[in-house]
Design a binder for this molecule. Sequence first.
Ligand code: PAF
Length: 286
Amino acid sequence: MIICRTKPELREARVRLGADRATVGLVPTMGYLHDGHMALVAAAQAACDCVIVTIFVNPTQFGPNEDLASYPRDTNRDLAMLEAAGVDAVFLPGPDEMYAPDAETIVEPSRLSRILIGRLRPGHFRGVATVVTKLFNLAQPHRAFFGQKDYQQLTVIRRFVRDLDIPVEVTGVPIVRETDGLAMSSRNVRLAKADRAAAPVLFAALQDGQAAIAAGESVAHARRTVRAQIATSQAADIRSVDVRDAASLGQVDGPPIDPVVILVAVRFGDVLLIDNIVAHPPEAQA
Ligand code: PAF
């Protein structure tokens, strides 16, 4: 496995890996890898000749009072997991390698980055879109793989890739869950024991909301169902429960006709967990 710490090292690895018209897959991560990340790697390996993984805790996507300093990190363990999985190259830049001190150019989808999580975390999607654009420019992948757990992030990335004609095919990979339903996340390790025990309420609530939409109920009814179910846990501090059009994340009223996505953002202690589920109304069922 080639380990690159600088941009020139990554560019050189990319030239080597992409020789003989090999297709290159990219898996951008912030490290502290779990089975959800390894599912991205497996999807990339199944679809591409070689795979580059990036590990970079991107400071520009964290707000001033967020968990940048306490975000979990374990580079040696990450590298061992990637090596064992047969990844071809890893890019591990530091913040100074990624950003010039006077960097001033950003990528920011205007509507999509201000709604939902963008309202709770102003500037977050600007940081994501900018760093992912830089990683695409550096690694020049044919395809890139992102988890559907970060549903809005995936929608933001698909949108700027389309809008800016970036020649990368973006693939969303299904959420990987613990056996009790909690979506895998690097942040789960920061949950207190009681909060970890309570957190599966999110998936249970999302499934109830999905069943309500499948039964032809309105968006407002599904939202109330999800909220009420999460509120049964005293540990849960609900920040948002939304039901949006699954493709555009636009507002939907009444009983939906097209698939919707139910998105939740809930704090347990000082850890913000997000999760989602796509729901098909009766008309849209296969
Ligand atoms: O999903 C993540 O881990 C990050 O937001 C990403 C896409 C690697 C950008 O920093």
